[in-house]
Write a new protein. Sequence first.
Length: 119
Amino acid sequence: MARRIVDLSVALEADIVSDPDIMLPKIDYVDHKTSAAQMASFFPGLTSNQLPGGEGWAIERLEIATHNGTHLDAPYHFHSTMNKGQRAITIDEVPLEWCFNPGVKLDFRHFDDGYVVTA
């Protein structure tokens, strides 16, 4: 039987509603004009007005935490040990098969933001 894979991820973007204020990602959007001098500085003797249209790169500078957007918490996130004292595994040690299993989709759109769901 073929496996159906559903992408549950959300985009990493400014003003995302899923994180508390202290953990919100910060994205600084730098446009072509603003970055022109920086781009020119990579090439000795070049000035920004010598760039095509006087433009540099459009870039984004990110300040994020491991809890922004869609993520998987490794056991190490919660405690340094697991399984009766063994060193807790880090995210790079999480078996991939943990991430591919049957799932159930619950629709909570009718609840207010912050609603605590119980059984």
